[in-house]
Design a protein around this ligand. Structure first.
Ligand code: AHR
Length: 548
């Protein structure tokens, strides 16, 4: 399968032919036909998806579905932490509605405390009893008071409550290797050092498990504007001294260190880090290199709104987000030069839609709505990550709650799940599944000068042997009929869910929480093949029942 997308002038382009634009009535009729897919064959272009079960691919690391929670706006304070005395139901200060919603997502890991904030975070200010916490200013994000009420213990408690693992970022920008080493000792020492005893006094005698350790954040920019060489020298020191002292974290359980990589701009960090790694000496190592890349339709200086937009903005956003594919391919190729055995992971630990702030909100809080468009954006990115599962083993969407492309929005005691949340929920079966190649011709959807693939598909087999298929219809106007075939195997039936809504900018609100929610989808099997009708602008995930 080859995705095709390009932006060309009207004059020089004659490829998509005559795509009819559906009226609202026709679109509704198409939606009504979800349960009767054969009838839709009259109007919807058909795409044949062939699943090649005989050629299984890489394991889709569940950490591809990771999250990012920074001390930014109301991402932590209000979104996760409400305090023990809050009227909002909570367990040890962590709000229970958010925990329940995140548990259902099976969040594998949460990156914390930043982002840019990580490079000005000093962990000692966030441990111990409430009276010991130091108030500082969050200079990166809005200059607001940072009470440090949510610190190491609260982060680990939160992870325990939602069932996720730790992805901790140490302060390379304004900290020191010594400060990072002490934090690691505080968290991981199993022997009674002074810091381990302090951890026990603060309520946790056993060492904490840290699965991933980020060595700085965007040190080409907010993390100190370091040249590549400067960062590499700092990074080696942090990689050496940030020791995980827990004997239980050895072998396959060993903590994985992630160096800062390319920024989506001009830096050559990935090249510099990989070159250094290739000739590393015994005293340091890393297990991953990061990539940060956001979808910013309109660019940094004229960000597009998160609501009230039309098809032009929709097409532009999907065009921009599909740049993830060449960006990952480029970074993978650099890593392949130095690491052909793919020992190191490409860690896309910040990605997602970055849109104009919600009108009336503090611009430093990066609040935006999340629409059906963002759900489609999430699905095509997750599909790209899964297709690159041999190299991409961790990703963290920015950010989990109330910030950028969030899973969840809160306002005081109110909470709403976004369309992006629902995509993550529908994709849970892909966690730790084995990629199964699919072949199909994507077709084209065209809006003005923008041409995009019309459909996208990814398949995988879970640990129980069940086959899963994710299908995205990018076209906001036309339904798509998908004929699914598996060589040498008959498809008996399929069941799953479809996510769509009336418009690409439909959002869930506190007073209308179910405008975009998954609905059951049924598909009909005949002669061992399956037919599924995809509504326009939709994401579908189905489990396939197969037989001889
Ligand atoms: O996610 C918001 C910010 O974007 C992060 O703090 C920073 O790393 C990136 O530039």
């Amino acid at each position: 399968m080859r995705l095709r997308y390009r932006q060309e002038t009207e004059k020089g382009f004659d490829m998509a032919g005559s795509q009819s634009v559906m009226t609202g009535a026709r679109a509704l009729a198409a939606l009504a036909l979800i349960a009767a897919p054969v009838a839709m064959a009259q109007t919807a272009p058909t795409t044949t998806v062939t699943i090649q079960t005989s050629q299984p691919g890489a394991t889709i690391n569940r950490d591809i579905f990771g999250q990012f929670a920074e001390h930014l706006g109301t991402g932590i304070y209000g979104g996760i932490w409400v305090g023990r005395d809050s009227a909002i139901p909570n367990v040890r200060g962590i709000r229970s509605d958010v925990v329940a919603a995140l548990r259902a997502l099976k969040v594998p890991n949460v990156r914390w405390p930043g982002g840019c904030f990580a490079d000005e975070y000093h962990w000692r200010k966030g441990i111990g009893p409430a009276s010991a916490r130091t108030s500082t200013l969050n200079a990166s994000w809005g200059g607001v008071i940072e009470p440090n009420s949510f610190g190491t213990e609260e982060y680990m408690d939160f992870l325990g409550q939602i069932g996720a693992e730790a992805f901790l970022s140490v302060n390379v920008g304004s900290g020191s290797p010594e400060e990072a080493a002490d934090w690691l000792e505080y968290m991981t020492a199993d022997k009674p050092t002074t810091l381990a005893k302090l951890r026990a006094a603060n309520g946790h005698p056993a060492p904490y498990k840290i699965k991933y350790l980020g060595l700085g954040n965007e040190n080409w920019g907010c993390g100190g504007a370091m040249s590549t060489d400067h960062y590499v020298e700092e990074m080696k020191s942090y990689a050496h001294y940030s020791r995980n002292l827990d004997p239980a974290q050895t072998g396959p359980n060993a903590m994985k260190r992630v160096a800062v990589g390319w920024d989506g701009g001009d830096s050559d960090y990935t090249e510099g880090v990989m070159k250094a790694w290739k000739s590393k000496v015994w005293s340091w190592d890393i297990e991953g290199v990061s990539l940060h890349t956001y979808t910013i339709p309109g660019g940094w200086d004229s960000k597009k709104p998160s609501t009230g937009f039309g098809e032009d903005d929709y097409a532009l956003t999907i065009l921009k987000t599909l740049e993830m594919e060449p960006q990952i391919s480029k970074q993978s190729a650099i890593m392949d030069k130095y690491d052909p055995e793919k020992k190191l992971a490409l860690v896309v630990d910040e990605w997602g839609a970055w849109l104009a702030p919600t009108p009336g909100s503090n611009p430093g809080f990066l609040q935006q709505q999340s629409s059906l468009r963002d759900a489609i954006l999430a699905s095509v990115n997750l599909n790209i990550f899964m297709r690159h599962a041999d190299r991409v083993r961790v990703t963290n969407i920015a950010q989990m709650i109330n910030v950028l492309q969030a899973m969840i929005l809160t306002d005081g005691p109110k909470m709403v799940l976004t369309p992006t949340y629902h995509v993550y929920h529908m994709y849970v079966p892909f966690q730790d599944a084995t990629l199964v190649p699919v072949s199909f011709t994507a077709g084209t959807y065209r809006k003005g000068e923008i041409t995009l693939p019309r459909v996208d598909a990814v398949a995988a087999r879970d640990a129980s042997g069940k086959l899963w298929l994710a299908l995205t219809n990018i076209d906001p106007n036309q339904p798509a009929e998908i004929a699914v075939a598996i060589g040498g195997t008959r498809i008996i039936s399929a069941a799953g869910q479809v996510l769509t809504a009336a418009k690409v900018d439909t959002v869930n609100r506190f007073d209308a929480t179910d405008a975009v929610t998954p609905k059951p989808v049924k598909a009909t099997a005949r002669d061992g093949r399956l037919t599924i009708a995809l509504p326009p602008k939709s994401v579908t995930v189905v489990a396939l029942e197969v037989g001889e």
